[in-house]
Design a protein around this ligand. Sequence first.
Ligand code: ATP
Ligand code: MG
Length: 605
Amino acid sequence: MRSINKGNEKDEIRINAYQLFTKLAPSVFGAAPFALIIAALISILQSVFWVLETMAQHKFFDAATSLTTGKIAFRIVIFYLCILALANIGCQVLNGVINYIFNVLIEKITGKLSLNIHQKIARLSPIDFENTKKLDDINKAINGKNNAVLFTLLVASIFTFYIPYFFFMGWYLFSLKPILVQSIILVFIPTAATQLIRSRIFTKMEDKSGPVRRECEYYENCMVSREYFKETRLLGGFYFFKKQFIDTLKLLQNLRFRATMKTNLIELTMRIVTVCGYYGILYMLFEALMNREITVGAFAAVFNSIGSLYGIMEEIICRNLGSMAQNLGTVQNYLKLLEMPEREGVHYDIPKNFDIVLDKVSFSYPGSSKEAIKNVSFTIHHGETLAVVGENGSGKSTMIRLITGLCTPTKGSVSFGGIDTKKLSMKSLFSKTSAVFQKYQRYQMKLCENIGISNVERNIDKDLLDDACIKSGLNQEDSSFTNGYETMLSREFDGVDLSGGQWQRIAIARGFYRDHELIILDEPTAAIDPYEETRIYNKFAEISKDKTAIIVTHRLGSVKLADRIIVMKEGRIAQIGTHEELIQTEGEYSKLYEAQEQWYREVLV
Ligand SMILES: Nc1ncnc2c1ncn2[C@@H]1O[C@H](COP(=O)(O)OP(=O)(O)OP(=O)(O)O)[C@@H](O)[C@H]1O
Ligand SMILES: [Mg+2]
């Protein structure tokens, strides 16, 4: 279970920091163009002030030295001191302003990138969510989003602060002694090389740790979430998940520890080189002072600023670029998600009375060689009520996914009103369909929102809500709903929780609330007793008279009302016909019906 995905490492296309930046820049810039321009201008101004401060120190120290020898007047020293103080205040003010703007920018841009992710996920094919590799990529992209923001802002500050600062500072040092500039650049190189290596090591680590992290998070969820707690406590699963959680956590920590160890060793070596360079430069400065190539003021100012120059180098290269290099892999995952192929298709107004034609349809889930549906062909006529029955795993839900267009066939075709579902956009495809799935959702929202969410384009309509509730047998005046339609259905948000059957009725009401020409109930009635299920299905058939309706169920008592019944077996259609036809034919259906009829007689009657 805990295997690490090594298979696809070689297929990954790596892109460098420059390519990452050019791809990210448009969405980042679009999120807050005005604030970014202001931030860039202030950053440049800040770099100028930092150099001005060093130059002011130079002048002040020279003036102070001259004062001791009586060459200049005291007021000139005070004048230079005031300039120095102004430069210093300027630096501090600009620093505060830029920090504030950056905090605002991070909020704004993170919001924008989150939105990009959500929009992208909405455009992905639903089948991508059945693919573990793609799920991993989505998970990694969400982690990478925050780093993408930091990365872009860091690159932007390199261009608007660090590079101008080094340029102005270099120019100043060059005017003092040209060799100073070259030696600074030479010291810079080993540190930059370290970060390149670090980036590669951490990108590889991120690829390996993605699937493990997903497992680890899943085990944690199994231990702590309310959804699992009854079962995990009572059946003892808690300790199993705890062990799995600890194992995966250790594996994650181990991966990170190994990567950190490697990079720290390399970094240590390079830092020693850098420190030697630092003292080399100080020695050169001292020599220049002794040879009277520079003044005492220049020596003091450069001596002072060389410390902050190295501080900045440390900050930009070791801290910022370092952590960035470490996270570049996750930033890449964010872009990888944005570049994932989307479900394509054109918009088409499907006619109201459309037939659905399945032609030699076969389907395998991603990563599975087994066909869940095998060469299935039939037509669902508009207005027909179809029931699908069959044993567990026979392919009923998969066929429903193919009929709705949630999945597209691996072989053959499914068409809506003559148009292949592969060619239709998801919006047109789902525009006339409503469904209640086997695994329906329990939204932690108000009752009216839980039902109304299936038709968000329309404002919540009380009459329609009532209608949907009547059809699904949900009594909103029941004492469980303390505040009627406004009752909050969530214990987490100070609301109420409901029984499984009540939740199922809400899910069914949600299905009815949506405007539809095709409606599907894929066994949403397991928690509802057989009598009530039959009542719901009868109601369903009655109200779906002029609509196409598909019912999936195991309880054959509910399917008599269908115009036709399909019996599935091992991914194929074993039988198809009306209840009367099937009951008279020896086969799967009559066997199942007899068994259930006997059960109804013995147990229920
Ligand atoms: N997401 C998935 N990924 C891979 N295989 C799947 C997936 N979902 C279902 N299958 C496989 O497809 C086959 C058909 O499953 P399906 O859910 O369609 O059966 P079903 O008839 O609806 O069963 P049930 O009565 O239990 O709901 C099964 O063998 C199952 O293992
Ligand atoms: Mg099913």
